[in-house]
Design a protein around this ligand. Structure first.
Ligand SMILES: [Zn+2]
Length: 437
């Protein structure tokens, strides 16, 4: 069997649109009558007037800032974001709060099961099956990572090994001890495990990992291929978040990410106007409506994730629309000396062309009237001293070609840059008004 849900995953476009419109109208009406945020926000908009997917474009987007305001109301701690009664909530989750006060997310038993079912699509698509012994190298917390992964693996019939409360060395030993053959982690932590294994004298390819599903950060193709080469395994990507849930995943053909339709209505909008739906191949902002989640209804949630729109045809036979590539957060885009800059471009260059670079960090500063951009890089300690300067020169050159910016490249001593387990913070904008999260 190739599909988790053969019926839904192969529906034709017309059928998918019909179901999505019906689900949208349902969640719209529910949100309007059960959440204070949407009671106010959707006032005067009649669900009967939503007759096509085009009509949806007239409904205002939901922004995180307004959600924070409604969260201050009663009942504590979810306030006007809660869809339903406080007594029905069975699990508390929250966002990390790196860009402001955290959003508290209520899940009822029903909404959580809906979320897990959507996640099963992501896992199954990435080839996870009951014979996989899945190691989760994280301690779980109030954040949604990696609870969905945990429950969806269980539902799929995989054998799950929670790997919290261990350091990286301890996790590597555990993987070997119990012969885990699959893993879920951030790309950054996958690279860190490989580095640590090599420090222990273990080739990461001998750990026996066959499948890896990555989460938490935009993963350039070069990083994915590097992980595949290090572990000799298949690596898949997905995209999601605490508020919108996991909404797209990569299939075995590894050509972009399938939107999990009809669980989610995803619009990819022009980033300037946030109105026009972009064309195939264009980059836009993902706006997501989870179509069956009632505890925390979201209508047209602005994820601020930049993605490149793809097609709805795929060698795997799934008919859902794909996104070709996840570009990163719109908040990470910066103007530096008049040039639009995305940190993901640097990661793509470093991971693709510089196998000898183990870790890096981008720092932007203002010196006088000038913006200065620096790359601090750590190279493989085994690299002979006379090879370091040529690497530095090549980095400068490739970054100039790839970003149109002249970088100051500094080679740092091994182990001097921070290592990350969840989301890496490799981009630091120290200019006044520049964001640093
Ligand atoms: Zn596919």
């Amino acid at each position: 069997m190739n599909y988790w849900n053969p019926y839904l995953e192969t529906l034709d476009r017309q059928e998918l649109n019909k179901i999505e419109l019906l689900y949208f109208r349902n969640i719209f009406s529910y949100a309007k009558s059960h959440s204070l945020l949407y009671r106010d926000k959707l006032e005067g908009i009649d669900p009967e007037g939503i007759r096509s997917l085009d009509d949806i474009k007239k409904i205002p987007l939901t922004e995180k800032e307004e959600m924070r305001k409604y969260q201050e109301m009663e009942p504590f701690p979810y306030g006007g974001l809660l869809g339903g009664k406080i007594g029905e909530v069975t699990t508390f989750r929250q966002t990390s709060g790196t860009t402001g006060k955290p959003i508290y997310v209520p899940e009822t038993y029903e909404s959580w099961q809906w979320r897990i079912e959507a996640w099963c699509h992501i896992l199954y698509m990435a080839g996870f099956r009951p014979h996989h012994r899945v190691f989760l190298p994280f301690g779980y917390n109030v954040y949604v990572a990696f609870w969905e992964a945990h429950y969806a693996s269980e539902k799929l019939g995989c054998e799950l090994v929670p790997g919290g409360a261990l350091d990286t060395k301890g996790r590597i030993h555990k993987i070997m001890e119990i012969r885990a053959n699959a893993m879920m982690n951030t790309p950054t932590y996958g690279l860190h495990i490989a580095e640590e294994a090599r420090n222990m004298g273990i080739d990461p390819a001998t750990l026996g990992i066959e499948r890896m599903l990555c989460a938490g950060e935009p993963m350039p193709a070069a990083t994915r291929k590097r992980l595949e080469a290090l572990f000799h395994c298949h690596v898949f990507d997905h995209i999601g978040g605490t508020e919108p849930c996991g909404w797209a995943g990569m299939c075995e053909s590894k050509e972009g990410l399938h939107i999990i339709e009809p669980f989610f209505l995803v619009e990819i909008l022009d980033r300037e106007t946030l109105q026009r739906e972009v064309e195939e191949g264009e980059i836009g902002v993902a706006v997501v409506t989870p179509l069956g989640r009632r505890s925390f209804p979201l209508i047209r949630f602005n994820t601020k994730d930049l993605v490149r729109k793809g097609t709805d045809s795929c060698p795997c036979g799934r008919t859902s629309l794909k996104i070709e590539e996840v570009m990163g957060r719109i908040d990470d885009l910066r103007k530096i000396r008049g040039v639009l800059f995305s940190p993901k471009t640097v990661e793509e260059i470093v991971r693709k062309e510089f196998q000898e670079v183990e870790e890096f960090e981008i720092v932007v500063e203002r010196r006088g009237l000038m913006d200065v951009i620096m790359l601090r890089a750590e190279v493989d300690p085994a690299l002979p001293l006379d090879k370091i300067e040529p690497v530095r020169e090549r980095l400068k050159e490739s970054l100039k070609i790839g970003t149109n910016l002249s970088f100051i490249v500094i080679i740092e001593p091994p182990g001097s840059l921070p290592r990350y387990q969840l989301k890496a913070k490799r981009f630091k904008d120290m200019r006044e008004g520049g964001k640093n999260d």
